[in-house]
Write a protein that binds this ligand. Structure first.
Ligand SMILES: C[C@@H](N)C(=O)N[C@H](C)C(=O)O
Ligand SMILES: [Zn+2]
Length: 258
């Protein structure tokens, strides 16, 4: 486990104290248990509870520290929106490149953008749905790689101008139900064709309803769409500078790409 802050340690001590009270209420121990009592610790389930509680407090602490940063700070969306799904496709070979582009998965945005996404997720919580992220911040170098494969501005933003993803302003995402199943949006993510356009009229009622819900939720939180990709959303209130910042990867995830 990570280092504990004094706050966290105090919380744990408090929890341990409470734990003591509960133990006293338990039935008289057997003679065998009495013999062991000098060395016995809390039962396994109590220890698991303490660890879970310590983890929860640590997550709250991380979340609060991220939320106190400046609007342009890079923040990890998995820390701020843990209930969402994350399948960062360019960290796998399951994408239109058929190649792993990122060394490891990461879903980052600017803090201002993340705060709006938190509002979207909060609304979705009340109807049993969640966001599912396919791509978030994308370093400029990765945008060049995508452009080399598909130099078509309808589907990949020219890297010379810079993608909104490389500003930390854009996200590629969909919706999932409470079992993590994607809602039908008519095409897969990164389907480069007319069926992915907002204007395509031949989809089923179900697809139209799902797309409308996604667009309404995102627009209400300050995001705009682009004509050709139902999954791509851009935060409008601020336009951040282009970046080639790279998130760090756990050392054991740095396996050869291919
Ligand atoms: C490549 C696709 N996922 C995407 O994000 N396209 C937009 C237009 C971009 O490259 O910024
Ligand atoms: Zn996009």
């Amino acid at each position: 486990m990570d280092k504990f802050s004094p706050f966290l340690l105090l919380s744990l001590l408090f929890l341990l104290a409470c734990q003591g009270e509960v133990v006293e209420e338990k039935a008289e121990p057997s003679s065998e248990e009495k013999t062991d009592s000098a060395v016995s610790l809390a039962p396994a389930e109590d220890t698991a509870f303490l660890y879970a509680e310590a983890r929860r407090l640590r997550q709250l602490e991380i979340r609060d520290s991220l939320l106190s940063l400046e609007d342009s700070a890079w923040v990890d969306l998995q820390q701020l929106i843990p209930q969402a799904e994350y399948e960062i496709r360019y960290a796998t070979s399951n994408n239109f490149m058929e190649l792993q582009v990122y060394d490891c998965p990461g879903c980052y945005s600017r803090l201002a953008v993340a705060k709006s996404l938190m509002k979207v997720q909060q609304n979705l919580d009340s109807i049993g749905l969640s966001l599912k992220f396919f791509d978030c911040y994308r370093p400029s170098s990765a945008q060049w790689a995508l452009w080399k494969k598909t130099p078509d501005p309808r589907y990949v933003h020219p890297p010379k101008q810079g993608s909104m993803h490389s500003r930390g302003n854009a996200l590629d995402l969909s919706l999932v139900d409470s079992l993590g199943r994607e809602l039908d949006m008519g095409t897969p993510f990164d389907y480069f064709g007319k069926e992915a356009y907002w204007s395509y009229t031949q989809h089923s009622e179900e697809v139209n309803k799902n797309r409308k819900l996604l667009r309404q939720q995102m627009q209400a939180a300050g995001f705009s769409t682009i004509r050709t990709e139902w999954w791509h959303f851009v935060y409008k209130a601020q336009r951040f500078p282009l970046s080639n910042w790279q998130w760090s990867c756990p050392t054991d995830s740095l396996e050869p790409k291919g």
